[in-house]
Design a protein. Structure first.
Length: 319
């Protein structure tokens, strides 16, 4: 039995809703249930790709035409069938929208997972826009819960490695792959030379993560255990560590413009050069520190109680 995660809950709920609708009678049987899920997913994806919360008649008609290209005479009935789905509603302009945005995000993720049949398809889908955290979560979580999880993870891994070898790869695609793999509970061990908006590591247990030449607006580590975290030559505008434990963290000639830590523990922190700006250290503990030739802004008042149990050596640093 799979873990009860949000994507599993949404799948169970939407399947039960469709089952309830189909029990109402044959008028609900125009589209076979499995196909209906695919049509709803295709509609959600079009709305997500267009950054629209509502689908007008033209968008819905286009999705129906693409889904049933050989049934032109029945397409009007299919449109009616989709429009009366229980987790879709019609607004005052007669456009359809999901009763809650999370349904659109879930079904868009369903479409993406089913459509990523090979590396080329995955690259095209993951390059179209930077995914919000909710879509990345639903996509990664649904991959982890699916019977073909390893196949999809392999496709994403191959796509990432292939893009890393070419000049000027899609940075959006690379960022999306990293986050989706994280949420699929199989994070990439090495991330190199990418420019990202936000990278999220949430509820993971990881042996090693290394960043090399990464530029990132926000790196978030939440409720995660990491044995070794290493960054080299990175420009990280904001690093947030919450309710996490890292055995060994090492910064090598990195720039961290804002380090915020809550309820977290570092067994060993090594800083070799670079500039670290410590903004917040609340209920944080650094057991052992080895800092050399670094500029660490924020000082004792900011680090607070994190200094108290600290062993190790701090040499040639500006504090």
């Amino acid at each position: 039995m799979p873990d009860i995660t949000p994507s599993v809950l949404y799948e169970v709920y939407t399947e039960k809703e469709l089952e309830r609708e189909y029990l109402k009678g044959q008028i609900r049987w125009l589209i076979e249930r499995t196909q209906k899920v695919k049509v709803i997913a295709a509609l959600a994806f079009e709305m997500f790709r267009s950054d629209a919360l509502a689908a007008d008649r033209q968008m819905l008609a286009t999705v129906i035409q693409q889904s049933f290209p050989n049934d032109e005479s029945e397409q009007a009935f299919y449109i009616t069938d989709i429009r009366t789905c229980s987790f879709l509603s019609r607004d005052h302009q007669d456009a359809v929208r999901f009763t809650h945005k999370s349904f659109m995000e879930y079904f868009a993720a369903v479409y993406l997972r089913l459509a990523m049949k090979n590396s080329e398809a995955a690259q095209g889908l993951l390059s179209m826009r930077s995914f919000p955290d909710e879509v990345s979560y639903f996509l990664g979580d649904s991959i982890a819960a699916s019977p073909d999880a390893e196949i999809v993870r392999t496709i994403l891994n191959e796509t990432f490695n292939r893009l890393q070898r070419i000049p000027s790869p899609s940075q959006i695609c690379l960022e999306n792959i990293v986050n989706v793999m994280n949420y699929s509970r199989r994070p990439l061990p090495a991330v190199k030379n990418i420019r990202a908006s936000t990278l999220v590591y949430r509820k993971l247990r990881v042996a090693q993560i290394s960043f090399d030449g990464v530029s990132c607006e926000a790196l978030k580590i939440i409720k995660t255990e990491i044995r070794t975290l290493e960054a080299k030559g990175c420009d990280l505008k904001k690093v947030e560590c919450e309710s996490s434990r890292i055995e060994r963290v090492q910064f090598n000639e990195d720039t961290v413009r804002s380090l915020r830590v809550w309820d977290s523990r570092f067994e060993k922190m090594i800083i070799g050069g670079g500039h670290i700006v410590v903004e917040t250290m609340r209920r944080a503990e650094i057991r052992e520190a080895h800092w050399r030739g670094a500029v660490v802004s924020g000082g004792g008042d900011t680090l607070g109680s994190a200094w108290a149990p600290m062993a190790g050596r701090i040499e040639g640093c500006t504090l």
